[in-house]
Design a protein around this ligand. Sequence first.
Ligand code: FMN
Ligand code: ATP
Ligand code: MG
Length: 592
Amino acid sequence: MTGQEPEGAADDCRCVTTEGFQVHEERTDENGSQASGEPAGDLPDPTSFSPTGNRPTHHWKRSTIAEPGLEQRGTVFFAALQMTRMPMILTDPRQDDNPIVFANKAFLDLTGYEESEIVGRNCRFLQGADTDRAAVSDLREAVKHREAISLEILNYKRDGTAFWNAVFIAPVFDDHGDLIYFFASQLDVTRRRSSEQSFRQAQKMEAIGQLTAGLAHDFNNLLQIVTGNIELVLTGDLDDRQRRLLTNAARATDRGTKLTRQLLAFARKTRLEPKRINLNDLIHEFGDLIDNTVGAQIRLVTALERRLPDVQIDPSHLEMALLNVLLNARDAMPDGGTVTIATELWKLNGNAAAHQLPEGDYVVLSISDEGTGMSEDVRRRATEPFFTTKGQDRGTGLGLAMVHGFVQQSLGRLELDSVAGKGTTIRMLFPVAIGEADRFSPPALPSAMRRASAQGTETILLVEDSDDVRALAAEQLSALGYKLVLASSGEEALELWDKQKIDLLFTDIVMPGGMSGLELVEKFVELAPDIPVLMTTGYNEDLVADIPRGTSLDVIGKPYRREELADRVRMALDRRLEGPRTQARNFPHKEG
Ligand SMILES: Cc1cc2nc3c(=O)[nH]c(=O)nc-3n(C[C@H](O)[C@H](O)[C@H](O)COP(=O)(O)O)c2cc1C
Ligand SMILES: Nc1ncnc2c1ncn2[C@@H]1O[C@H](COP(=O)(O)OP(=O)(O)OP(=O)(O)O)[C@@H](O)[C@H]1O
Ligand SMILES: [Mg+2]
């Protein structure tokens, strides 16, 4: 923002005489004295706040008065000045350092000062540590050149509270053309600035989310190929060195898998398996883990509200989130201190909007530390992926990004309160679980996982658009004894399915271009209701978007290990024997 006038008007304003500049408006009072002024019209800086809501045109950006005294206080104009909610002041440029000579009541309300504390002082007392020096210099230039200026500047109230001040300053001349006052109006626009800022931040996060989700998705497909092929080679005859090298490579892909998982969590595209749980129970269960994470130097206090209602969240992701937050607390307290883990029930009614949540009951899990705290700048950016203050080697900056994404995907909200030098409180708000119907029954994975690689001889229709991934899955499945029918698209799969006896449909969900895996499954369920279906995906966007919460679908996330694939295929096939399939019944009905 600048105080520079774009056109000739600026030069006119610098003249002290009235000749040279055009008077557009005149007002005559009952004594015949006149005030005149030049409408703002072309006042630059359209970005600055206009209290009228429109681009300023009529109000004056300089004025000339016939009666310069401040004594007349019996008129309706003086009363209006004291009644308006718009803060206004006058300064006297003929006195040393251009001090305030009049401030209306609204100015005192805005700044918290008494009249006696400010009359006689230059307005710069409103400025402080974080005031933008460039804005101050714009003001200085405008005042020096006797020009009107309108800008937004960070100011401070008497009690130290910072506020954004939309200030408008304009010169007042007497009828000899001598500059006798500066007039200014001020307006607190903090609320607008902060909502603009959070909107911009939300937009930025959304964009980063889309980018990372796309990247992580493609990356998962690549990792699937690398991991799967390494595993296949590892099953063969290798010497020690070859085995060691491949094991190193496998470890690196594991790390890659973890990173992409965190990225997908940030982008709210994780495959969550929510269960109805009590957070207090879960925290007891995590006891050892919590102790080990914070270490002996830190005192741990738990304050768990009794009779806490259940929530519907994925416990393994909550564990990860808690771990990330506790690690941050530990890092923030190198010299020890207390970490408090608390649960509470919050009933959000009128104040729900302030938490950007729908009205209702929420279970709040909060973790407070007495560590270094965060500056406002760090706090604002803490949940951005890759934002870290810990240096390249120590932090990836994905911890809070993961927590944020997980909480949001669980229909809750993450809140960060932090005071630099005092400590930090991280709050996760989760909606209270409603009704028994929501109870989630995940596939009985753990017991099945314990078996040695499950095998079979059935025929699997494998649908996958990526040639490499398809070749790999075919190799893995045929190594387990299965017969395979391969299709590279949903359309092809539908052509193939009744030509041969199929025992299982195994399809990718995201297949750009043609029919998606979900559409294929929907059609397939109608054509062959008795044949089980297993789906796979690099991320869960389609599921998140299309499938109602609580619907149980058989999905295996990429990248998957050979044993996991073996187990999930076997389980899907075996379910066929347990009676009619209940999965995939609840597809949302698509029009047309
Ligand atoms: C009438 C008038 C009102 C002003 N109001 C404010 C204000 O509300 N906030 C502010 O930061 N500066 C305000 N200023 C600007 C400062 O008084 C001062 O001009 C500015 O800080 C640049 O000068 P300096 O570099 O000498 O401080 C106002 C100036 C004038 C003439
Ligand atoms: N409890 C806390 N106290 C002070 N600062 C914190 C706290 N939690 C987070 N931060 C700040 O937020 C930043 C981002 O946190 P985040 O957990 O996302 O990443 P990280 O801890 O730096 O790295 P990573 O968790 O990936 O190892 C941290 O670098 C730190 O500056
Ligand atoms: Mg962290």
